[in-house]
Design a protein around this ligand. Sequence first.
Ligand code: DCP
Ligand code: CA
Ligand code: CA
Length: 363
Amino acid sequence: MLVDLDYFFAQCEEKRNLSIKDKPVVVCVYSGRTEESGAVSTANYIARSYGVKSGMPIYQAKKKLENVETIFLPVDYDYYEKVSGEVMRILRQFADLFEQVGIDEAFLDVTLRTNGRFQAAKELAERIKNELKAQLGLTCSIGVGPNKLVAKVAADQNKPDGLTVIEADNVEHFFSPLNVERLVGVGTITREKMQSMGIMTVGDLARYDTQKLMETFGKMLGIYFHNAAQGMDNEPVKERTETESLSRIATLKKDSRDTDFIMEKTEQLCTELHVAIVDQKVSFKTIGIIVILNDMSSHSKSRTLENPTDSLQTMKENVRDLFKQFFDETMLEARRVGVKISNLSHEKESQRQLTSFIQRNTD
Ligand code: DCP
Ligand code: CA
Ligand code: CA
């Protein structure tokens, strides 16, 4: 399934200020040249009903909302990132495999936990919607399908607060009347090109001569369009850590080279990191320290373990060792200290389940 949050930036703004919810809300990227120059990032559905869209110049949005009391706000990416983190943390609990694809959307492979049953997937999607609503007060639209492409197109079908389930047998029926631009990878230019070839709908594209598609769009894209138009897609949901490494850094109360004093602060950092990795179900193989000395020079030191682990104890022990080694080599004192873990890997749980699933189903 694909879960996509509705009018995300604007919904985040409504979340922290409920009183604007019943008014048009337009989130803007001000370019700063003049007071009104810049573009609309997104708008809530009330503003959209006046014709406001993402990417539109701000002055144009103002014109459309001329006599309407409207809330115009500047983008606050830090805040949206924070809300996004909370959303993803909830979503990943519902997935066998989880892949965030943008600030406000993620693919969830739920094949195992639903035994491949669409009815169970639909119920799961309803639970996810309820959970996001209850915990964060946010609405989303979910598409469920036999693959990522169909799930994505389905999610766009009923917005906002939608849930669209397309079973394998229904893909052709669902896809063929849609406009071609609904397909992932068909933008304005491609759509115009296709229209000039008489291809208006996904069905038109599905019936179009593959050879000619390849001649027009190149081999790779031609084949992609041909397959996509039939709702065919074999891309797996790719579990990945958003970050290659995780680190925490803090300033000491006073400059120091005393390992015990430094460890007091650093143990807290280790605990924070540990919460993060347990939450994301990742293990680390490399552990390191970061030291900024009182001459402001910055240093790091790390070691790689035999096997990946998520043990807090291992983290602390290695960090202490590394600090000891580090201060053997310098006479200076530390001002800021940090801990960094890298070589992250996801726990084998989901992979093991997946392997046994594939084996079961190919016997
Ligand atoms: N965004 C942007 N400029 C764009 C498109 C999007 O700044 N041209 C930002 C603001 C959106 C966020 O990315 O809130 C997510 O983009 P979506 O395409 O998912 O759009 P929305 O979530 O805003 O609306 P929808 O309800 O259609 O998903
Ligand atoms: Ca969205
Ligand atoms: Ca999105």
